[in-house]
Ligand binder design. Sequence first.
Ligand code: SAM
Length: 290
Amino acid sequence: ADMQVATPKRTKEIIAKHGFSFKKSLGQNFLIDQNILDKIVSAAKLDKTKGALEIGPGIGALTQKLADAAAVVTAVEIDNRLIPILEEVLEGQEHVEVVHGDVLKLNLQELLERRYKDVTGISVVANLPYYVTTPILMKLLEERLPLEHIVVMIQKEVAERMAAKPGGKTYGSLSVAVQYYCEPELVCTVPHTVFIPQPNVDSAVIKLTLRSEPPVKVEDEDFYFRVVQASFSQRRKTLANNLGAFVGKHNRDKLLELLQACEVDPSRRGETLSLEEFARISEQLRQSDW
Ligand code: SAM
């Protein structure tokens, strides 16, 4: 067990040996708790027929566990100072590949095709850098990568927004976007003390299970998301106001009629609308001339 990276002692040793210093700007908070790592890995439902993609392996705490649980592991790390450390920690593990690069710039489709030919499913499992959590997750979802689950440690507040239901305080365009592609489930919240260095925010593990089909049918997804964005553009304002700004003031009467026809009260706020109600409105808006 002393070969495990994720203990305070071993992590400090590795860092000292390589003279590594943490870069706050890269969101470097390394996990030092075996229990949390086990929870993350077990939520991903991996086995020796599955593949795992890790984003931001750090010094390999989670990567080690993924190597034990999955048939193929790929870990994408932006910080070149970590590459030799990862190679040492993961030495002799032929089914694990470390890729040096920025996940936001990588061609992931190509990477998945190259690495996961022989697996029965691929999941993303990661302790994400918090400064780019949303761009990374939106990239994974919008590119429609062939993923089963995304199990990630993120800022607790962001996890809550992703899983929020209509009417909830934190429900917004991020909730709609995530729930369009996935079924979210909060796995656990996590105290600061399981990281070196400790982050300033609370953390949580969220599991996103990708849907085979969106829960609502819309002809034009970009337009749907623009309508959702517009509906939340000013949180305190009603749909009549927010969508009024979207279609133009001179179209206000027509907008009110359209909302009535969709059976959505114009005095409601975006934060009360379901994905289905947004779909109805966006389809009607798209089909009218403005
Ligand atoms: N997985 C390790 C752990 O749990 O201990 C480290 C997690 S740490 C929160 C985030 C990691 O993501 C860091 O190693 C950081 O260098 C890396 N990282 C930050 N931005 C990245 C990016 N755009 N692409 C790939 N890796 C990135």
